[in-house]
Ligand binder design. Sequence first.
Ligand code: M6R
Length: 361
Amino acid sequence: GKGGYDHYMLKEIHEQPAALRQTLRGRADPATGDIDLEDFPAGTFADVDRVQFVACGTSYHAGLVGAQYLSAGGVPAQTFLASEYATGQPPVDDNTLVVGVTQSGETADTLSALRQANTSGATTLAVTNVVGSTAARECDDALFIRAGPEIGVAATKTFSSQVVSLALLAERLVRDVTGTRTDDTRERLGALADLPGHVQQILDYSSARRVAEEYRDSDAYFFIGRGSVRPVALEGALKFKEISYEHAEGFAAGELKHGPLALVTSETPVFAVFTGRNDEKTLGNVKEAEARGAPVVAVASDGQDAVHQYADEVLTIPDTHPDVAGVLANVQLQLVSYHAADLLERAIDKPRNLAKSVTVE
Ligand code: M6R
């Protein structure tokens, strides 16, 4: 059942601290920097020379984060929409690792991209929540995200657990491929270990419902972020449109002025995500929106004074490593979407026209 919550989505948002503890359990030790990933001991990926992620929807956004982790660590990586993978025909050889990121393990587009990769000679790996799923069975190997069952059509806790799983996988890959650890391994692993507690803090004090109420009659909702939180901006918008049926779009912060700014008015709130890295630039983009009269809702930690000065509202997140801050920011945006949809009395757990797992291409 819904365990006292009005919707599975809200229950699953609140399950994130527990889900993340499960995802992390026994896999990373911040004190030593050691990584222990079941089927993937040190050296597993020594022959890999590039990584391609294939995924859809929310899982695609997690894949975008995964590729950033790898690229930053010196491993060439790209993320493809699974439905575009066949058309894109990216080069694949024996040393290519193709990672399907799929909560259900049953998404037809993702399965089809993985099958194509397999036929082309790549090694395939499923990052999935469902043991025994088609992706887990068909791929050469599987990494389970251990988020627990997700009933709501909107993917929430599985996104968080996917990103954390991909962070751990990236640590393993970077070490195997480059022979060195990521520069700040211990800080990173420490930030991952802190995530369950940090998410709990957000759940305890979030003002997302008040923000959703304040902007409930807007024309459209825009989400911006750069670098590690560009995928979070995209995900914020996907979740918002999926369950509220309101128009929402996510953009790279720097792209706002290259077109979308024409849509910005006093009736289009802009949600801007900050991580503590490259914030001045995003702040510049916020000012472009503000100059057109748009209300600005920042998602940022308390210490970011300049952000607080410019934003109309701030959804605060605990201070953490910039690469991990996106998971926290995303929880605030999940709550905004949930409350916006709840105020509109939408069918939150079963939005119109959508299915939990999409088994047609
Ligand atoms: O099961 P999968 O992770 O492969 O599903 C992919 C998408 O269909 C899924 O993430 C979808 O975008 C979510 N319903 C969004 O909340």
